[in-house]
Write a protein that binds this ligand. Structure first.
Ligand code: GRG
Length: 309
C-alpha cells in the first residue's frame, strides 16, 4: 500500500520517507540537467543539491499538500524549490566567512571542491532556480504560485534565514551563560529564523498548493514552527551527549567554540523536556485532520524528537 495510516509502524514511515525522497531526488535531478558543455557552475549546484540530505523540507511540503487533499505531483515543484533554497543556505553557511566548515553531508563542502567564487555563485543560482522552478510550475494556479513565492521570500530574507544567520554572527563569542533569559531569547530568535522559518515555508506552501483553507494552512504553520524549534533543541542535546561520549573526537567543536546551546541555557534534562513539550504542541495543532493523512506529519515529529544522530 502507498498510504501511511495512523496504525503504521516506524518501518512503514521510514519507507514512506524513502519513497518521498526518491521522487524528490528524481525531480531535483531533472531540474538541474548537466547540459553540454558541462559547466563548472552547474556541477557545483548539483554537487550540493543532490548530495545525501534527509529531504525533510520537501517531504514536509508534499505531506502537507496531501494532508489538505492535494496530490504529490502538485506540490513537487514547490518541494524542489524549497530544497534548492536549503541547499543554497548550506553552501553559504559553510563558507570561510561564515562557519568555515570542511565537511557537509559527509563530503567536502562546496567551496572546498569548487572554490569560494563558484560556491557563492552556485548559492546565488540555486536561489534564482528556486524562484524559476516555482514560477514556471504548471501544477498550481498563478494565485497559489504567487502566494508560495511570497512565503519563500519571507523564509529566506530578513524575516527568515538571513535574520537568523545575522543574529548568529552578531552573537558569536557572546558569553550569556550567566544570564539564562537573555541567552534563551537570543537562541530562540536564531533557531526560529534559521531553522523553523524554512520548515514553516515548506509546510505552508504544501498547504497552499494542495488547496487548503486559511485555517488549515495556519495550523500547518504552527505545527512546522514547533518541529523547527524542536529540531534544534534535539540537535543541541545530541551535540552534548555525543561530545561527552567521544570526547576529543570530532564532536564538541561548537562547545569549545563557545556556541550558545539549549543545554547551556537550561541544562540537558530541561532541554529534553522542552523538546517533548514542543512535540506535544506540534501534534495539538494537527488535531482534527484526517487521521490517515496526518500520520506522516506525526511520525515526522516523533522521528525528529527521537533521532539519535
Ligand atoms: C539567502 C539562502 C540564503 C541563506 C543565507 C547562510 C544563511 C543565510 C543561513 C544559514 C541557514 C542554515 C544553514 C541553517 C541551519 C539549518 C539546518 C537545521 C540545517 C541542517 O538541516 P538538515 O539536518 O540537513 O535537514 P540535511 O543535510 O539533512 O538536508
Amino acid at each position: 500500500s502507498h498510504t501511511l495510516t495512523a496504525e503504521s509502524n516506524e518501518t512503514e514511515f521510514m519507507s514512506y520517507m524513502l519513497r518521498k525522497s526518491k521522487s524528490v531526488n528524481k525531480a531535483l535531478d531533472e531540474a538541474v540537467p548537466l547540459c553540454e558543455p558541462v559547466l563548472k557552475i552547474r556541477e557545483a549546484m548539483r554537487y550540493t543539491l543532490l548530495s545525501d540530505g534527509k529531504r525533510v523540507r520537501p517531504m514536509l511540503c508534499l505531506a502537507a499538500c496531501e494532508l489538505v487533499g492535494g496530490q504529490e505531483s502538485t506540490a513537487m515543484p514547490a518541494a524542489c524549490a524549497i530544497e534548492m533554497l536549503h541547499a543554497s543556505s548550506l553552501i553559504q553557511d559553510d563558507l570561510p566567512c561564515m562557519d568555515d566548515d570542511n565537511l557537509r553531508r559527509g563530503k567536502p563542502t562546496n567551496h572546498k571542491v569548487f572554490g569560494e567564487g563558484i560556491a557563492v555563485l552556485a548559492a546565488d543560482a540555486l536561489i534564482a532556480l528556486a524562484v524559476k522552478q516555482i514560477a514556471t510550475s504548471s501544477t498550481s494556479s498563478p494565485e497559489k504560485v504567487l502566494r508560495a513565492i511570497l512565503e519563500m521570500a519571507k523564509a529566506v530574507g530578513t524575516e527568515g534565514l538571513v535574520a537568523g544567520q545575522a543574529a548568529d554572527l552578531a552573537g558569536e563569542g557572546m558569553s550569556l551563560e550567566e544570564n539564562d533569559d537573555v541567552g534563551l531569547k537570543h537562541l530562540e530568535f536564531i533557531h526560529i529564523h534559521k531553522t523553523a522559518a524554512m520548515l514553516e515555508a515548506a509546510a505552508v506552501i504544501g498547504g497552499i498548493t494542495g488547496g487548503g483553507s486559511d485555517e488549515e494552512i495556519e495550523r500547518l504553520r504552527c505545527y512546522a514552527r514547533c518541529i523547527g524549534l524542536m529540531f534544534q533543541v534535539v540537535d543541541d542535546v545530541l551535540d552534548v551527549t555525543k561530545s561527552s561520549e567521544e570526547l576529543g573526537k570530532t564532536a564538541g567543536k561548537d562547545l569549545i567554540a563557545g556556541k550558545l546551546t539549549y543545554p547551556k541555557v537550561m541544562g540537558v534534562e530541561k532541554s529534553r523536556e522542552y523538546a517533548e513539550r514542543l512535540n506535544r504542541e506540534a501534534r495539538e495543532h494537527l488535531q482534527g485532520f484526517d487521521s490517515d493523512k496526518v500520520a506522516p506529519l506525526l511520525f515526522l515529529a516523533d522521528y525528529i524528537v527521537n533521532r539519535q544522530n
